[in-house]
Every structure is written in C-alpha cells, then in structure tokens.
Design a protein. Structure first.
Length: 108
C-alpha cells in the first residue's frame, strides 16, 4: 500500500513539473503585436511550410522546418521575442526558441 501511494505521489510530482515547465515556455503577445506580426508576414511574402505533425505550444518543432528571424520592428514592441524565430503554417505564425526548437506561441 505504501509503495503504491509513493508511486502515485511521484507520478503526480512529475506530471505537475511537466505542466509547469510547459507553462513557462509560452509567450503571450498583446493583440497589437500579433496584428503587426501578421502585417509583416503578409507584406514580406514569407513562404508557408507544410508540417506532417501536430504543432503545440511547448512542443518541439521538427528539424526539417527552417525558421526566419523575428523582424526588428516586432522586437521593438515585443522585446521578449529578441532571441526567437518564426515560420508560417496555414496563415498562422509559429514563434520558436531556435536553441531548443520549442514552439512558444502561435499567432492565428
């Protein structure tokens, strides 16, 4: 009985730790930043990519996808994106941490 409880408690801690780690990865952007980013992508003719896997915030982006640097005009209004890059899928902007290939936000 004690061993089962200890196992369940350990699983809960690991599960909570994973949820907490994923929650720390996400970046929330103000609506005006999202709009500016969309305008940049539209006027820059950034080619969209096709992805065969589901993309979720906190997940790792497949290695075959190449990224674009976040433009300086966006970094001016959202400095938290300075070390990030992005790619486009189906009109949605996917912002990633290129050092870990972790998806940090999706701008729809």
């Amino acid at each position: 009985m004690h061993r089962t409880f200890a196992s369940l408690a350990a699983a809960a801690v690991v599960s909570l730790g994973t949820s907490f780690a994923i929650a720390q990865v996400a970046i929330e952007l103000a609506p005006e930043v999202r709009t500016s980013f969309h305008e940049h992508v539209t006027t820059s003719n950034i080619a969209p990519v096709t992805v065969g896997a589901e993309l979720v915030v906190g997940g790792v982006v497949p290695p075959e996808i190449t990224f674009h640097p976040v433009p300086p005009t966006i970094i001016e209004v959202a400095p938290e994106l300075e070390a990030h890059e992005y790619f486009v899928v189906d009109g949605h902007i996917h912002v990633v941490d290129p050092s870990t290939r972790t998806l940090v936000t999706i701008i729809e």
